[in-house]
Design a protein around this ligand. Structure first.
Ligand SMILES: Nc1ncnc2c1ncn2[C@@H]1O[C@H](COP(=O)(O)OP(=O)(O)O)[C@@H](O)[C@H]1O
Ligand SMILES: [Mg+2]
Length: 231
């Protein structure tokens, strides 16, 4: 199986004040294992909505989303929760770490939810943090880490369960340019080791630096797909 994500005829409508708001209007997108795809587009174009639907945080109005061979539309809420824990890794603009927990505990969380025994959790979380260059920060809490370090912890947490797809919503949006570039290099090196990424950004330089393919959405529809700078 070479297709990680297959999105077909995806639409998402919200009803606001009785009026339908067409946020996604028939999106078709296929992502191969080993690819980095960036979704670009202006603010409000539907990037986060697309990512949230692929990640099982939101549901389509119509159309299908198949990830690692499973059709999300056929899943009930409980199956979707399992899907989110096992098949997807989320990285957000604002890191979304738990402030009271150390880096290691944050990274252990997905393993805790999937029932991994404690000794394995501890070891795998430490290895994931080592892999993002934070082997020396295991017992630091988020407030004791820089923004770039916090995003590395978030990336370690998102990858520790070996998900089929890593989803990153504006992962460099809260970082200065230099730190953002370091995060993009980390993503590139994780991709070289086989990880698949779907990343949103409104910044063309970010997409150019990291993507194999750049998909531009305008008003909820794909306006353009181009080869990125890394091919
Ligand atoms: N839960 C919601 N209810 C109503 N409208 C929403 C909701 N989520 C997003 N929207 C609207 O959908 C559009 C696309 O939002 P979003 O996907 O967040 O865009 P982007 O990430 O490209 O900035 C925006 O106009 C936003 O206001
Ligand atoms: Mg967004």
């Amino acid at each position: 199986m070479t297709t990680a994500v297959q999105v077909t005829g995806l639409t998402r409508q919200y009803v606001m004040g009785g009026e339908p708001l067409e946020v996604l209007r028939g999106v078709d997108l296929s992502i191969a294992y080993g690819e980095i795809v960036c979704v670009m587009g202006p603010s409000g174009s539907g990037k986060s909505t697309l990512l949230n639907i692929v990640g099982g945080l939101d549901r389509p109005t119509s159309g299908s989303v198949v990830v690692a061979g499973s059709d999300l539309a056929r899943m009930d809420d409980e199956q979707l929760a399992v899907y989110r824990r096992r098949q997807v890794g989320f990285v957000f603009q604002s890191f979304n770490l738990i402030g009271t927990m150390t880096a290691r505990r944050n990274v252990e969380l997905p393993l805790l939810f999937s029932g991994e025994p404690e000794d394995q959790r501890t070891a795998r979380a430490a290895a994931a943090l080592q892999a993002v260059g934070l082997g020396h920060r295991l017992d630091h809490k988020p407030t004791e880490l820089s923004g770039g370090e916090q995003q590395r912890v978030a990336i370690a947490r998102a990858s520790v369960n070996e998900p089929a797809i890593m989803l990153a919503d504006e992962p460099t949006g809260n970082l200065d340019t230099h730190t953002g570039q370091e995060i993009l290099s980390l993503i590139t090196s994780m991709n070289a080791e086989g990880r698949t990424f779907l990343i949103t950004t409104h910044d063309r330089a970010v997409a150019k630096a990291v993507a194999h393919r750049i998909v531009t959405i305008v008003d909820g529809a794909i306006a353009r797909i181009e080869q990125g700078g890394t091919l």
